[in-house]
Ligand binder design. Structure first.
Ligand SMILES: *[C@@H]1O[C@H](CO)[C@@H](O)[C@H](O)[C@H]1NC(C)=O
Ligand SMILES: *[C@@H]1O[C@H](CO)[C@@H](O)[C@H](O)[C@H]1NC(C)=O
Length: 417
């Protein structure tokens, strides 16, 4: 007899805030999840929920690692397979995730990155002590007991926990409807990141500028500008698939360990024709082939936010079992009545001149397009971006900007100069 009387919403709340960053570790582990990251991107793109995309592959990998710790059998195998852990000896991935997070969170003088993991458990349900021990050991998870039947109070408690760990950038993540008397466990993972560009943009150089969307329409946005030393390269896949040559610009944050990589097709080429070529080995190729040089950069200020239903997304990637009544999460608790009812990630990224909001000056900026001596990266049309750790290859954020922050048309802009 099959009785589905226990629903376990596992809310993987990955909240992200973002701006810049760096790292230092004695021995640097290498992230093995870039394949997974890229597949997630393509899945989110195919799902086509929204124009702009923002998510944190690393954060999802960590949340799944926490689930894997409590999983057995097919539930365990699917996670290992999809995350690319199947070539590691069983269990080594937990140590890897632990080492990656500590490598990333090590240096708090250059940037701020915080991983906060928490498990909220139903009062009166017995969880396996070994599971709780390992959660604390590898993920430093807080474990709290709540009463999910008090759904409004629980939602408020968890939301305030998330707010507290994301400098209030992620609010109202869950609602009372997400919990019920059959909820046994909620898992929350929050990531907060803030950094400053190594070479900051000067706010007085930010101007209104037209951004051409892929549908041919134009919107007004605030465009930041600077000329500085960055990592830059021009690439081509040798066919017409990507519309020929495209640009890759890597802009480090303070400390140089974290950087944002911007991938921009030629002006008349829609991002959609570049996207299909994006594959994990190509990320490495970009990283290994950009060269330090002086570049003129026009980058919109932007703010992207997305809430992702990880349940459907992960199912498409092959992680199915944990969401079904066949789930085996018996390393968490005795019996096989747990499965994951809900998995959500909410991510937020804001890119500004320095990392904090800067006032926009109204002065003219002294530049003319006809005197360009250096390669020019003009992100006035849709682009793809990643924020990664340059030492471990970990991808903290990945996404695209199809529509930047739109502003009301202002006084003069670059185009009228
Ligand atoms: C994690 O770091 C510890 C201590 O440096 C090391 O012993 C262990 O092998 C590392 N694990 C992985 C998977 O790299
Ligand atoms: C959030 O932070 C506030 C202020 O520090 C504290 O009073 C509150 O208990 C915290 N809430 C949670 C859920 O951690």
């Amino acid at each position: 007899m099959l009785i589905l009387d226990v629903l376990s919403p596992l809310l993987l709340l990955l909240s992200i805030l973002l701006l810049g960053y760096g790292c230092r570790a004695a021995d640097i582990p290498e992230d093995t999840t870039s394949e997974f990251s890229v597949r997630l991107y393509h899945q989110l793109k195919a799902a086509g929920v929204q124009d702009n995309i923002i998510f944190s592959p690393l954060s999802i990998a960590i949340a799944l690692g926490m689930v894997e710790l409590g999983a057995k059998g097919a539930s365990l195998e699917e996670i290992r397979q999809v995350l690319g852990f199947n070539h590691l000896l069983p269990g080594v991935e937990f140590s890897l995730l632990q080492n990656l997070t500590s490598a990333l969170s090590d240096d708090d003088t250059q940037y701020v990155i915080r991983f906060a993991n928490s498990l909220f458990l139903q009062e009166g349900v017995t969880f396996n002590p070994e599971f709780l021990h390992l959660m604390r050991k590898y993920f430093r998870a807080d474990v709290e007991t709540v009463d999910f039947t008090e759904s409004a109070a629980v939602a408020e408690q968890i939301n305030s926990w998330v707010e507290n760990h994301t400098e209030s950038k992620i609010r109202e993540l869950l609602s009372a409807d997400d919990f019920s008397s059959v909820t046994r466990l909620t898992l929350v993972n929050a990531v907060y990141f803030r950094g400053s560009w190594k070479n900051q943009f000067r706010p007085e150089n930010t101007r209104t500028f037209s951004f051409s969307k892929d549908d041919g329409s134009e919107v007004q946005t605030l465009m930041m500008y600077q000329q500085g030393d960055f990592y830059y390269g021009e690439f081509s896949d040798g066919s017409q698939e990507a519309g020929g040559v495209y640009q890759v610009l890597e802009m480090p944050y303070e400390g140089e360990d974290m950087s944002m990589m911007i991938v921009l097709p030629r002006q008349e080429v829609p991002l959609a024709s570049l996207e299909p070529i994006i594959k994990a080995p190509l990320l490495e190729e970009w990283a290994n082939n950009v060269k330090r040089q002086k570049v003129e950069v026009y980058l919109p200020r932007f703010k992207v936010e997305q809430k992702i239903d990880l349940r459907s997304t992960l199912q498409e990637l092959g992680i199915k079992n944990i969401f079904t009544s066949d789930a085996d999460l018996s390393a968490m608790t005795d019996g096989k009545d747990l499965y994951i009812g809900k998995a959500v990630q909410k991510a937020y990224l804001e890119v500004t001149e320095e990392g904090a909001e800067g006032a926009v000056g109204s002065g003219m900026i002294a530049l003319t397009r006809t005197l360009v001596l250096y390669p020019q990266v003009m992100a006035d049309h849709p682009f793809f971006f990643i924020i990664r750790n340059r030492r471990t290859g970990s991808i903290l954020f990945m996404g695209r900007v199809m529509t930047p922050e739109v502003i009301e048309p202002n006084d003069q802009d670059f185009d009228s100069m």
